[in-house]
Design a protein around this ligand. Structure first.
Ligand code: PMP
Length: 435
């Protein structure tokens, strides 16, 4: 069994309140809906690149990256320096004044997009970005209905919750007006899904015209499921035929995470009309964005539209530093190489442990579905929970997801190394043998 690779960062001694005191205060004063992972909630007080540290100084290899958000590494020194410089200069004035960074970051995003997708609106969260994308799609097309995929996650605001398609994340409240969920392509559980479902949904559930089709190229919360290129191509063609625009939710899949491409949609040879993004663009600061074509963006000028923190200089400075670091440090290529190495290792584990029903994803956007019986694909939910607990005891922080909570998520900071992955694979091997 390998050791966790060495790390030259040593966190300073933690001097804050005890873990028990922190937990008690949280339980007393924070909304109980704010949940924690693990039977014994873990307190994280320090971070460096792909590692996190608890209050005792114990180091963990982070395979979940603040829920797929820390793209470049925790407290990445170059990013930190630029953001700290900005913090000391100006934190907030709003977009009613000029400041250089917002236009600069919008330009950087435009350079990464297919031609024509070159106008960006900055907000603070993925939910907000999707809300805004749907608003623009409706205004631009003059249509109301939206096609989304089953098993999708697009956020928790009332409008984004309506796009989301997991009962676990939906409240019995008005939401999702005009949203029609069609079967998601998932070669493991829905092998024969066809984009013709979209046509049926439009013909039978709408006036015959739609505002948009929205999808994650790889469904993140849904368990890293994805379809064939042909699915997306047909879905986009059908949507456009019925008057709609196509929205790619890149909140998890953007910024090189899938390895071969900077954006998730590029894996499927399609060009969306609107792209939403968040998480990885900020490496930890609240930032999100909607990039689209000018004529779609212009619909928002019919009225006033404002977002207090969107485009603020601190998030913009960090976003620009993230774009530089992804480029300078070749993080997309690293996602491809290390991710490929990880998939190979996971496939080997699959040949050994029958609990693994499926290994899927691309780059460093990977899922491992656990099932009790490979033939009937009975979700191994409690086993997944046990794997996550036991991995944590051995220094590995994993994510867990999917409708049944039986998919392990491996989506680490993209600076992770093959040695880190080898250590994680050893831990998984041991733990899978024990559940
Ligand atoms: N879209 C996707 C694909 C996501 O994974 C998430 C968050 N998990 C969101 C949207 C919502 O982002 P936020 O939590 O920042 O509102």
């Amino acid at each position: 069994m390998r050791e966790m690779p060495a790390c030259d960062y040593q966190p300073p001694q933690y001097e804050g309140p005890t873990r028990d005191a922190v937990l008690a205060t949280r339980l007393q004063y924070c909304n109980p809906a704010v949940f924690t992972y693990y039977k014994e909630p873990l307190m994280i007080v320090d971070g460096y690149m792909q590692y996190l540290f608890d209050e005792t100084g114990r180091r963990y290899l982070d395979l979940f990256a603040g829920i797929v958000t820390v793209s470049c590494g925790h407290c990445h020194p170059k990013i930190l320096e630029r953001t700290q410089t900005q913090l000391a200069k100006l934190q907030h004035a709003t977009t009613i004044y000029l400041h250089p960074w917002m236009g600069e970051l919008a330009k950087r995003l435009a350079h990464k997009m297919p031609d024509g997708l070159d106008v960006t609106y900055f907000v603070n969260s993925g939910s907000e970005a999707n809300d805004l994308a749907i608003t623009m799609a409706r205004l631009y097309t003059g249509n109301y209905d939206v096609i989304a995929l089953q098993n999708a996650y697009h956020g928790g605001s009332p409008s984004a919750m309506g796009l989301t398609s997991h009962h676990t994340w939906k409240f019995p409240l008005p939401q999702g007006q005009g949203v029609h969920h069609v079967k998601n392509p998932d070669p493991y559980r829905n092998a024969h899904v066809d984009a013709r479902d979209i046509e049926d949904a439009i013909r039978m559930g709408t006036s015959g015209q739609v505002a948009a089709f929205i999808a994650e190229p790889f469904q993140g919360v849904g368990g890293v499921t994805s379809g064939e290129p042909a699915y997306f191509q047909k879905a986009y063609e059908t949507t456009r035929h019925y008057g709609g625009v196509c929205i790619s939710d890149e909140v998890q899949t953007g910024f090189g995470r899938t390895g071969d491409h900077f954006w998730g949609f590029q894996n499927f040879d399609v060009v969306p009309d609107i792209v939403t993004m968040a998480k990885g663009l900020g490496n930890g600061v609240p930032i999100a964005a909607v990039t689209t074509r000018r004529e779609i963006a212009e619909t928002l000028t019919q009225r006033l539209h404002f977002n207090t923190f969107g485009g603020n200089p601190v998030s913009m400075a960090q976003g620009l530093a993230v774009m530089d670091v992804i480029e300078e440090e070749g993080l997309q290529a690293n996602a491809r190489a290390v991710g490929g190495h990880c998939i190979e290792g996971l496939q080997k584990l699959m040949s050994k442990h029958t609990l693994i029903g499926d290994v899927r994803g691309k780059g460093l956007m990977l899922g491992v579905e656990l099932v009790r019986d490979r033939r009937i694909k009975d979700p191994a939910t409690t086993e997944a929970m046990a794997v996550v607990e036991m991995a944590r005891e051995r220094g590995i922080l994993l994510g867990k997801t999917g409708l049944f909570g039986n998919v392990l998520r491996i989506k680490p900071p993209m600076c992770i190394t093959k040695d880190d992955i080898d250590f994680a694979l050893d831990v998984l091997d041991e733990v899978l043998g024990k559940v």
